[in-house]
Design a binder for this molecule. Structure first.
Ligand code: GRF
Length: 194
């Protein structure tokens, strides 16, 4: 569990690979008076990620990490996180799987958002799998990151009804709106408990 002293905000890094809508909602949350985080850093494995443009606009420090060599990429990431006194990490559409080593250094301090009702549909293509299985509901989950993909303890989850007319795209769009609300709530929940 992360320790917060008094009203101090915890330095947070967000890892992204693309669009960055969850990054935006975490940023918005970080600007609220009641927020528990100071969004200090955005890390991306893609230099052209849309979320990087947003972070630059908002003057948040951004770092692009080339993952061709995962070991050296993670070594760099660990150094950067330490240099910036980062104590809490939110994965938000980050498409790389972090190693046991990095996760071990930030035990219970890395969380992720996943577009399904975990433990259902770990991994990719969650929406089309839910539709194909005729599920009545899908949704999204904020969970702790462990070395097993999409398997850490659930923090918060929100159901979304699957409509008969839904395509993977339309369902993804509706779930994303819910994700953007759920992620800040989950961050605030776990960081308020201390
Ligand atoms: C979201 O659907 C998230 O659940 C998944 O990747 C997507 C990222 O979207 N892990 P965005 O980049 O935050 O808009």
């Amino acid at each position: 569990m992360v320790k917060l002293i008094g009203e101090e905000k915890i330095n947070c890094a967000v890892f992204i690979s693309g669009r960055g809508s969850n990054l935006k909602s975490i940023f918005k949350y970080s600007k609220q008076k009641y927020s528990k985080i100071n969004l200090k850093l955005v890390i991306s494995n893609k230099s052209n990620a849309k979320g990087i443009k947003f972070a630059n606009k908002k003057k948040i420090k951004t770092i692009i990490i080339d993952f061709k060599n995962k070991k050296s990429a993670e070594r760099k990431i660990i150094n950067i996180l330490e240099e910036n006194y980062i104590k809490f990490i939110c994965l938000a559409g980050f498409m790389k799987i972090l190693s046991k080593n990095l996760i071990g250094k930030f035990k219970n301090k890395i969380i992720n958002i996943h577009p399904s009702l975990l433990p259902k549909y770990k991994g990719l293509n969650t929406h089309s799998r839910a539709i194909k299985n005729n599920d009545k509901y899908s949704g999204c989950t904020v969970h702790y990151v462990t070395e097993n993909l999409d398997s850490g303890k659930v923090i918060m989850q929100k159901k979304v009804k699957i409509l008969k007319s839904d395509s993977a795209k339309s369902l993804a769009k509706r779930i994303l709106k819910v994700e953007n609300k759920l992620y800040p709530k989950a961050i605030n929940l776990i960081l308020s408990k201390i």
